[in-house]
Design a protein around this ligand. Structure first.
Ligand code: ADP
Ligand code: UDP
Length: 237
């Protein structure tokens, strides 16, 4: 397998072609952005942590029956993945009120829900990833009704798996964002990443934030928080 041209550079990762048209290499950067790119910075070592964490979690999800894009970790920062056509929806699952949910609905951060919620944003940087519902997604032809059903079912399954796993690590899974894609045969698989960039992770005992909110909110100790969740994860896997 040979690395070919760079196809894309995003905010957190670079994507490269390979000599196999069905496979890509993703390369994780230390660059951090928030508020739709308005806030920029570096989290030293983040790329390595996010790469490894995402791969460990995706392998675990595969074992639990969730199809993912993961193929093989190539190095500290690089992973071979199945190429997909990304469904342009950011799928957000929440167990506890935080972030934009708390702000939008006037609910204090930390209020636990009776059952998890799901919401979609239109993955479109120019529009600022606006919130939309299933009818909007269908009207915009972002996905078919069947794909949306599959995405919802898989997202809740991911939540149950990740929640249980993080609990064993002494971490509360507050919320997270997923992206799905279509393989060349149309199969929907989990793509992109699962990391402290895309999840809210709170220490189960102290409630300390161990995720990107430390960067977003200038709480300090950003690198230490990423290292701490990674340490707990590897101690448990
Ligand atoms: P962004 O595009 O939001 O700045 P990243 O820096 O993480 O995000 O860039 C990675 C890009 O690669 C994202 O647009 C993501 O949707 C896309 N992507 C993730 N996994 C795959 C995959 N398996 N196949 C094709 N594209 C993918
Ligand atoms: N999230 C993400 N990328 C986005 C938006 C949100 O990974 O573009 C994650 C975020 O890290 C959190 C969850 O999705 O774990 C819910 O985020 P929220 O809607 O509360 O938005 P925020 O407060 O980050 O603006």
């Amino acid at each position: 397998m040979e690395k070919r041209e760079q196809l894309y550079e995003g905010k957190a990762k670079k994507v490269f072609a390979t000599d196999n048209p069905e496979l890509l290499i993703v390369s994780y950067k230390d660059d951090a952005t928030a508020f739709n790119g308005l806030k920029k910075g570096t989290i030293v070592g983040k790329g390595v942590i996010n790469n490894k964490m995402s791969n460990l979690l995706m392998q675990r999800l595969e074992k639990a029956g969730v199809p993912t894009h993961y193929v093989k970790e190539l190095s500290d920062r690089e992973t071979l993945v199945k190429k997909v056509t990304i469904v342009p929806l950011e799928v957000i699952v929440r167990n506890i009120a935080a972030g934009s949910f708390s702000k939008r609905y006037g609910v204090e951060e930390g209020v636990a829900f009776d059952s998890p919620t799901i919401e979609f944003s239109y993955k479109n940087d120019e529009l600022g990833d606006p919130l939309l519902d299933e009818y909007h997604a269908l009207a915009l032809h972002l996905a078919t009704p069947k794909e949306i059903e599959t995405i919802k079912k898989l997202s809740f399954a991911v939540n149950e798996q990740l929640k249980a796993f993080w609990r064993e690590c002494g971490v509360t899974l507050v919320d997270f964002k997923l992206e799905f894609g279509r393989l060349s045969d149309g199969t929907i698989v989990l793509a992109d990443e699962i990391s402290p960039d895309t999840c809210r992770l709170w220490d189960s005992k102290t409630g300390e934030k161990l995720d990107k909110d430390r960067f977003r909110r200038d709480l300090g100790g950003v690198e230490d928080a990423y290292a701490e969740v990674m340490k707990r994860l590897t101690a448990h896997i």
